[in-house]
Design a protein around this ligand. Structure first.
Ligand code: PEP
Length: 250
């Protein structure tokens, strides 16, 4: 059985009460999942709280974002050093909601990616095309362009793991998604590109899929040979459904 990495992005949702409840549900499947690793990305303000709640459970944490700066007069921001300080290992970078609502472009994403990597944390890099690009058969080209531009100055030797989530922008929170076979083709293409271009990343590369993954399509998507995991947003907020979803691959 292949290894599977599930990242759950809770976005701007939750309270201490709902997080406590959700973790209780997640716990039900956690110890049955030898080949499955789960990483939760709660809102930044709840990272520390969630960390306490997952003590002794085999779950790790990711931040949904970081600032470009390490410290200083940047009101409202959180730095990579602060995340490191509270023991966070992963950071989501390049999420389409940050591109859309916070104008993050490839230049900013590249800087954030390298900041995470240089600080020996692990970026979870989201890439993907918009709907017009999808319709015009440009997905492969767009994904490779994004990877090239973001990794061009990365210190490859420092990469502990290269986690890429192929997330078509038009799929996020829309209940629309490519056919599982299309996802397989894109993930395979991305993986072959990375293997060819960066030989040193062979055993370190994980290519996930994200975008409207739910209880009905999860199994079809995850069983594709080049889908190494999923990044799940909305569907990870319903504990009962999330547990049923994961049970499909136990
Ligand atoms: C996401 O936030 O990365 C995501 C894939 O969201 P959703 O599952 O809600 O489409």
């Amino acid at each position: 059985m292949k290894k599977i990495l599930i990242v759950t992005n809770w976005k701007l949702n939750g309270t201490k009460k709902t997080i406590k409840k959700l973790i209780k549900k997640y716990k039900k499947i956690i110890n049955k999942t030898k080949n499955i690793k789960i990483i939760i990305a709660p809102p930044l303000i709840y990272l520390d709280y969630t960390k306490k709640k997952i003590k002794k459970i085999n779950i790790e944490l990711a931040a949904q974002n970081i600032d470009l700066h390490l410290s200083g007069a940047y009101t409202g921001e959180t730095s990579i050093k602060m995340l490191k300080d509270i023991g966070i290992k992963y950071v989501i970078i390049g999420h389409s909601e940050r591109k859309i609502y916070h104008n993050e472009n490839n230049n900013i994403i590249e800087k954030k990616f390298n900041l995470v990597n240089d600080n020996r944390l692990i970026p979870i890099l989201c890439i993907g095309e918009n709907y017009t690009e999808y319709k015009n058969n440009q997905t492969k080209k767009i994904c490779i362009q994004q990877i090239k531009s973001i990794l061009k100055n990365t210190k490859k030797k420092l990469i502990k793991k290269l986690i890429i989530a192929y997330e078509p922008i038009w799929s996020i929170g829309t209940n629309k998604y490519p056919k599982p076979k299309e996802i397989q083709k894109i993930n395979k293409y991305i993986k072959s590109y990375i293997y060819k271009k960066y030989k040193e990343l062979h055993n370190k590369t994980i290519i996930q899929y994200g975008g409207s993954v739910n209880i009905n399509n999860f199994y079809e998507i995850i069983k594709q040979p080049n889908v190494d995991g999923t990044l799940i947003g909305n569907a990870s907020l319903n504990g009962k459904n999330f547990v049923s979803m994961i049970k499909q691959i136990l």
